[in-house]
Design a protein around this ligand. Structure first.
Ligand code: G4P
Length: 308
């Protein structure tokens, strides 16, 4: 599945981040704990350079706690990086976030020299919710449709911390297909940009492999279905998603299944691990090399043809 969802304001946001950079001491980057790699903006790391970064793994209530710990350990291996696992619906960890910011920028953070943080995150990771929590009042509009935060703002958080908000960001092209699927399944990509059936098949295959017990529990299965089609048919029949002739309406079933994943009804589930990502990145790198080699061979054949 190739997702190429790139509203103009996201491109604008990248330009705004670069302009703002000289006055920024550190970044607060919000990631979706279910997909910390895929919910990161790949351009951000290069824009950020060696500025300190607090990576917040949000929505931990929806993610597998063991995998979240593995991710925290993995992400903290990067220089000047700290992580915090967060469930914004449950705990207010404002104090902890403030303390981590002061630790990351120890030479600033008094009344004369407040710490300036730039908060970033792809749409729907919970950026607006976090800004409102940190500010202690409603500043940013929240909502389940991605891309609601559209303008940059400067917010004085007290505690000698200044926060700059940026609009939601998502990279222009997801080169790794798996990341595209995970983003769409999590709700980070607008529902109009993909086909629900395709997502449901991807999610069903993944859950049958990595989280079979969650499926058994949720759908009261006596045994694990042999494949994703059988699983979706069982769910469709259970939910009464039937068409003429008693066939299962796969489109309706798929939407139910994906929404049950999104709201946590299937239990806490992570969609990727550092190991998986590393394997996929190697695969993508190999595909890109092959593509470049084929292109070079075509060019050289073309040149030879012209010489003749
Ligand atoms: P954004 O600015 O990054 O686009 O995201 P926003 O804060 O609007 O949050 C997107 C959705 O994610 C909201 O749900 C919000 O409540 C939810 N959310 C934020 N943090 C968490 C969390 O830790 N756990 C879970 N499970 N959900 C979280 P919504 O239903 O669309 O909006 P609302 O009705 O809550 O306002």
């Amino acid at each position: 599945m190739s997702i190429n969802w790139y509203p103009g304001h996201m491109h604008k946001a990248q330009k705004e981040i670069k302009q703002r950079l000289p006055e920024v001491d550190m970044f607060i980057e919000i990631l979706d704990a279910r997909l910390p790699y895929s919910s990161e903006n790949p351009m951000l790391a290069s824009i950020r350079g060696d500025k300190p970064c607090l990576k917040i793994l949000n929505k931990t209530d929806l993610a597998d706690p063991e995998t979240t710990e593995v991710w925290q350990h993995f992400l903290e291996q990067a220089q000047h990086t700290k992580t915090l696992a967060l469930n914004l619906h449950l705990a207010n960890k404002t104090e902890q976030i403030f303390n981590l910011c002061h630790k990351l920028v120890p030479h600033k953070g008094d009344i004369l020299k407040p710490i300036t943080c730039l908060i970033t995150g792809i749409p729907n990771v919970g950026k607006s919710t976090l800004i409102n929590t940190l500010a202690g009042r409603t500043i940013a509009k929240t909502g389940n449709e991605p891309a609601v935060t559209q303008s940059q703002q400067r917010i004085d958080l007290g505690n000698n911390l200044i926060l700059f908000d940026t609009p939601g960001l998502l990279w222009p092209k997801v080169e790794n297909d798996n990341s595209g699927y995970r983003l769409a399944i999590s709700g980070a990509i607008k529902d109009t940009a993909f086909n629900f059936d395709e997502l449901a098949y991807y999610a069903a295959e993944y859950l049958l492999r990595f989280y079979p017990d969650n499926l058994i529990r949720r759908y009261s299965l006596e045994e694990l279905p042999r494949d994703e089609t059988t699983l979706l048919e069982i769910i469709g029949r259970q939910r009464g998603c039937l068409m003429n002739g008693g066939h299962v309406n796969l489109n309706k079933t798929s939407a139910i299944f994906i929404n049950e994943f999104r709201d946590g009804t299937l239990g806490p589930i992570s969609l990727e691990t550092p190991d998986m990502m590393q394997k996929e990145l190697r695969h993508v790198a190999q595909l890109l090399t092959e593509k470049a080699e084929k292109k070079a061979a075509r060019l050289s054949a073309h040149k030879k043809g012209r010489k003749k």
